[in-house]
Design a protein around this ligand. Structure first.
Ligand code: Z5A
Ligand code: MG
Length: 200
C-alpha cells in the first residue's frame, strides 16, 4: 500500500468579522469538490474545558483575569487539540483552521505590559501552518458587518492595533498571503482557491 500524503495545515487570520469563518468553510467545500479530504477547525474551541472559561471571559466584559492567564488559556485551548490535529494531518486530511497561534500572539501582545516574545513562547511546538491567509479590511467596513461590538475585544482601538501587528507578522514569514476582503465573498473565495492551486 502507498504512503498517505500528509494533509496541509491552512490557517485563516484577521480581525473580527473579516470573513474568516465564511472563507474557511467555502474553502473546505471547494477542496471537497476536488475530492481532497478537508476539515474545518476553529479556535477558540469554546466547547472544551478551557474553551468554556475563554467563552465566559470574551462574553462577560466584567470577568477579571490577568492578561497572562487568559493568554495561556487560549494557547492551552490549541494544545488540547494537538493530537487530533497531528492525527488528521497524518491521515491525509487538509485542515482549514479559523484562527490559530497568530491570533493568540497578536491579541495579547497589543495589550499594555505584554511582551511580544513572551506571547510567542507557549505556541512553540504546535504544528506549523503550511500557509496563512491574512484577511485584511478597513475598520470602517468591519464596523458595518453584522454582530460587530458584542464581545470584549470588539472595539476600534484594539482592532486597529491588532491589524497593524498582523501586518508586521506577515512581513516576517514567507508563507503568508494577505487578501483584501473588502470585496465580494465570491472574489475573495476565487483568490484563496487560486493560491491553494498554486501551492499544490
Ligand atoms: N482570540 C484571542 O485573543 N486569542 C486567541 O488565541 C484566539 C482568539 C484564537 C473571538 O474569536 C475572539 O478571540 C477574538 C480574538 C480572540 N476577538 N476579537 N475580536 P472568534 O474567532 O470567535 O470571533 P471573531 O473572529 O472575532 O468574529 P467572527 O464573527 O468569527 O468573524 P469572522 O469569522 O472573521 O467573520 P464571518 O463570520 O465569516 O463574517 C462576518 C460577517 O461578514 C458575516 O455576516 C458574513 O456573511 C459577512 N461577510 C464575510 N465576508 C464578506 C464579504 N467579502 N463581503 C461582505 N460580507 C462578508
Ligand atoms: Mg468566525
Amino acid at each position: 500500500m502507498g504512503q498517505i500524503k500528509r494533509g496541509a495545515l491552512i490557517v485563516f487570520e484577521g480581525v473580527d468579522k473579516s470573513g474568516k469563518s465564511t472563507h474557511c468553510k467555502k474553502l473546505v467545500e471547494a477542496l471537497e469538490n476536488f475530492k481532497i479530504k478537508a476539515k474545518f477547525m476553529s479556535f477558540p474551541d469554546r466547547s472544551t474545558l478551557t474553551g468554556k472559561l475563554i467563552d465566559n471571559y470574551l462574553r462577560n466584559k466584567e470577568c477579571q483575569l490577568d492578561d497572562h492567564a487568559i493568554h495561556l488559556l487560549f494557547t492551552a485551548n490549541r494544545w488540547e487539540k494537538v493530537d487530533q490535529i497531528k492525527s488528521l494531518l497524518n491521515d491525509g486530511v487538509t485542515l482549514i483552521v479559523d484562527r490559530y497561534s497568530y491570533s493568540g500572539i497578536v491579541y495579547s501582545a497589543v495589550k499594555k505590559n505584554m511582551d511580544l516574545n513572551w506571547c510567542k513562547q507557549p505556541e512553540i511546538g504546535l504544528p506549523k501552518p503550511d500557509m496563512v491567509f491574512l484577511l485584511s479590511i478597513s475598520q470602517e467596513e468591519i464596523m458595518v458587518r453584522p454582530g460587530f461590538g458584542s464581545e470584549r475585544y470588539e472595539h476600534r482601538e484594539m482592532q486597529e492595533k491588532v491589524a497593524d501587528m498582523y501586518l508586521q507578522l506577515s512581513r516576517e514569514c514567507d508563507n503568508w498571503e494577505v487578501i483584501n476582503t473588502a470585496r465580494s465573498i465570491e472574489d475573495v473565495q476565487d483568490r484563496t482557491c487560486e493560491e491553494m492551486c498554486r501551492e499544490n
